[in-house]
Ligand binder design. Structure first.
Ligand SMILES: [Cu+2]
Length: 193
């Protein structure tokens, strides 16, 4: 009986243990974020960048060998990066085919989610593999984490009022904690992988 109780309590604690990572990834956004993305045959390095929604993103793509491209899904951005030249050429595909020479790509990460980026200039055999992704974390995670703590606390208080003994209160909390933990894990999956 004692062992079961400990196991149940552990499950609840595990549910709560998900809260710190939630808090960690919920920085409120609005910061300047700088990235230098190096393109070479056949990779974009880094192949994964992460920002918070509301951040001002500055990207400077650079080619280490031949001419590459940098196309960012969902942002109407396409760059042509030539090796050995200052800056690079950029265009907004929806506005036309003309490129303008710029020093960096600047935009505000307005939508949360996962956006792929890839090379958009055929640069050789393995060109299609030159891909990466930008993660924009939602900054609604902080209220969600606070809500989770309050829900667990209120749930426990409620359970305590239903059952006279602590054991049964803990038992009745377990499914809630497991469910909450599972939901949070599911919700965070695109942002933590
Ligand atoms: Cu390429």
């Amino acid at each position: 009986m004692q062992a079961k109780l400990i196991a149940m309590a552990l499950l609840i604690v595990l549910g709560c243990a998900l809260i710190p990572p939630l808090l960690a990834s919920s920085v409120s956004g609005g910061e300047r974020r700088d990235f230098e993305i190096k393109a070479r045959q056949y990779a974009l390095d880094p192949s994964r960048i992460a920002v918070n929604r509301g951040d001002k993103v500055h990207i400077r793509p650079k080619s280490l060998d031949v001419t590459h491209g940098f196309y960012l899904e969902g942002h109407d951005l396409d760059a042509m990066i030539e090796p050995g030249k200052a800056g690079f050429k950029m265009r907004h595909p929806s506005e036309g085919k003309e490129y303008a020479r710029v020093e960096e790509i600047v935009f505000v990460a307005e939508r949360a989610g996962k956006f792929r980026y890839r090379c958009s200039q055929t640069c050789g055999f393995l060109h299609p593999f030159m891909q990466g992704e930008m993660i924009v974390r939602p900054n609604t995670l902080f209220p969600a984490a606070v809500g989770l703590v309050v829900a667990l606390r209120e749930g426990y208080k409620h359970a305590r009022s239903l059952y006279s003994d602590r054991k049964r209160a803990v038992y009745s909390m377990a499914p809630t904690a497991i469910l909450l933990g599972a939901l949070v894990t599911l919700f965070l999956r695109p942002y933590t992988g």
